[in-house]
Design a protein around this ligand. Structure first.
Ligand SMILES: Cc1cc2nc3c(=O)[nH]c(=O)nc-3n(C[C@H](O)[C@H](O)[C@H](O)COP(=O)(O)OP(=O)(O)OC[C@H]3O[C@@H](n4cnc5c(N)ncnc54)[C@H](O)[C@@H]3O)c2cc1C
Length: 180
């Protein structure tokens, strides 16, 4: 069964989430947040400092309260068809039947991390219960009761192997919270 994945607007704005050539920065109009002293502020689009998987909230732990999005009016049937097309494409290319944190590594400057990982022969590589997906080399799946340590060890293994074999440093797209 396909796992439902629900994200929240705060997470999407902070990460400037995106896919299929579009990012939050294309639709965000303004955002209200609360600072450490309880004061509420509002940012316009430029003030978000959006970049690839980055926003002003990447460096500041403010709490996003709400965002106003500017959407284009479209044809309902066409929009539904597009949603179906993207959802099917994901189902086809990503291991959505297994728990994961999504794409682990960022797109690099002039290279795609998952392609390099695949070329290094790492699909299916396993440490404990964590495994590089056979379907998409950018995903680490929890194959059988993986611990956070299994996942972090596998991330380190992949980084080192790709650097050794291809001379490229790959960076994390996911955020690691806490310690091993
Ligand atoms: C199967 C799968 C596929 C994915 N595909 C994509 C993809 O195609 N493109 C993409 O960009 N991402 C993708 N992701 C990652 C994730 O969905 C996005 O990064 C999303 O933006 C995170 O939203 P979330 O609600 O899960 O936030 P969380 O993971 O809960 O939070 C993300 C960050 O935002 C912070 N945050 C959350 N809410 C607030 C708030 N109100 N105020 C301030 N900070 C806040 C959190 O502290 C954390 O630092 C995928 C994840 C999975 C599991």
């Amino acid at each position: 069964m396909l796992q439902e994945y629900l994200g929240c607007i705060g997470g999407a704005v902070k990460m400037n989430a995106g896919a299929y050539g579009k990012e939050m920065k294309d639709i965000v109009y303004s955002t209200k947040y609360i600072d450490y002293n309880g004061n509420i502020h509002e940012l316009d689009l430029a003030e978000h400092e959006f970049d690839y998987r980055h926003s002003i909230f990447s460096n500041q732990s403010y709490i996003i309260l709400e965002s106003t999005l500017k959407l284009k009016k479209g044809n309902k049937n066409e929009i539904e068809a597009k949603i179906k097309e993207y959802a099917n494409s994901r189902k086809e290319k990503q291991p959505l039947d297994k728990p994961s944190a999504g794409s682990v590594f960022k797109r690099g400057d002039g290279f795609i991390a998952s392609k390099l990982i695949d070329e290094c022969g790492l699909k299916g590589k396993q440490i404990g219960g964590a495994m590089i997906s056979e379907k998409h080399a950018g995903f680490i799946i929890n194959d059988k009761n993986a611990t956070a340590k299994d996942v972090l060890d596998l991330i380190e293994y992949v980084k080192e192997d790709v650097y050794e074999k291809r001379g490229k440093k790959i960076e994390l797209e996911i955020e690691i919270i806490g310690e091993k």
